[in-house]
Design a protein around this ligand. Structure first.
Ligand code: ASP
Length: 308
């Protein structure tokens, strides 16, 4: 049996003209490192859940992406992180929202999935559970980056709630995610994000919502989304892809194109997704200008890309 893995580091208005060659190299390296982390698990016969968690941890630890260390600031100068993970083998899932100071939110989601009797924890209770399970915490300074500070200052000045971006003109979504199929035929998906700059009132996007930002089912596919969360929640995007395969008999590619290039476009939702089906076929689809993305299969054909 073959294995395959895909990752994303967010979608949005990512134009070649706005990224320096130096930054391009940094992004491609970071994406490559995340692929290597997941590939290391899969190549040894490890399972899809461990592989997607390893790739997402690598992206969460990189300040370039809006998840973990690189999370954007909320209106109250806080990092409120969301994450989720799903195991397509048994339909088990774990999710967290409004998390502060937990180094790797995806590992807490995995812990909830595998060792608690719940699916979705949030805020202070989730942090208490993380401490109890011995997960790593970091002080506020660890999550501080100048880019995110400037972004919040700009968003506050313009009184706007913004998806991860560099300037108001350059909108992009820096959420991270991974999907994998292991050699045993199991598939899994994971997604992690800091959400939106200047978000208020404990806003939660699609990333931690099972069926919206993340879904996995061995009978169909595993999906991780990135984009304007409000639209992805309303479109129940990840589950919709699975449903089109299950009930309409569509292929993975047909289902992903239908949802992202037709239904989300009609609804007004900018973004994309990565997906894998139970045969190991991959789809990396977006309706935005670009999406940080990459994939590897057991042919060791490591590929990363940014633009359309
Ligand atoms: N989907 C995320 C959210 O709405 C944002 C992103 O993908 O960057 O929170």
């Amino acid at each position: 049996m073959t294995y395959s893995l895909a990752i994303h580091g967010g979608a949005g208005t990512i134009l070649r003209s706005q990224i320096t060659q130096e930054d391009e190299v940094k992004y491609n390296h970071a994406l490559h490192d995340a692929l290597v982390a997941g590939n290391d698990v899969l190549i040894k016969g490890g399972n899809a859940v461990e592989a997607v968690a390893a790739s997402v941890v690598s992206l969460e630890n990189c300040p370039l992406f809006n998840a973990g260390k690189g999370s954007v600031f909320s209106n109250e100068w806080k990092h409120e992180m969301d994450a989720s993970i799903m195991d397509g083998n048994n339909l088990q899932a774990g999710a967290v929202s409004m998390l502060h100071n937990v180094k790797n939110p995806v590992l807490l989601a995995k812990e909830i999935m595998q060792n608690s009797e719940h699916v979705y924890l949030c805020g202070e209770g989730a942090e208490r559970y993380a401490r109890q399970q011995g997960l790593s915490f970091e002080p506020d300074e660890y999550f501080f980056t100048h880019l995110r500070k400037e972004q919040l200052e700009e968003a506050l000045r313009d009184n706007k709630i913004m998806l991860d971006h560099r300037t108001a003109k350059d909108r992009k979504f820096g959420t991270v995610g991974a999907v994998a199929r292991d050699i045993h035929g199991n598939i899994a998906a994971a997604t992690s994000t800091g959400g939106m700059t200047n978000k208020k009132f404990n806003r939660i996007g699609d990333s931690p919502i099972i069926g919206a930002g993340t879904y996995a089912n061995n009978h169909t596919c595993a999906v991780s989304c990135t984009g304007h969360g409000e639209y992805f929640i309303r479109g129940v995007v990840a589950y919709d892809v699975s449903c089109l395969m299950e009930y309409k008999g569509m292929s993975l590619m047909q289902a992903c194109e239908k949802v992202i290039l037709e239904k989300q476009v009609k609804l007004g939702g900018e973004g994309g997704l990565i997906a894998v089906d139970n045969a190991g076929n991959l789809a990396l689809i977006f309706n935005s200008e670009g999406m940080y993305r990459g994939y590897v299969t057991e042919k060791k054909d490591f590929k990363t890309d940014i633009y359309k």
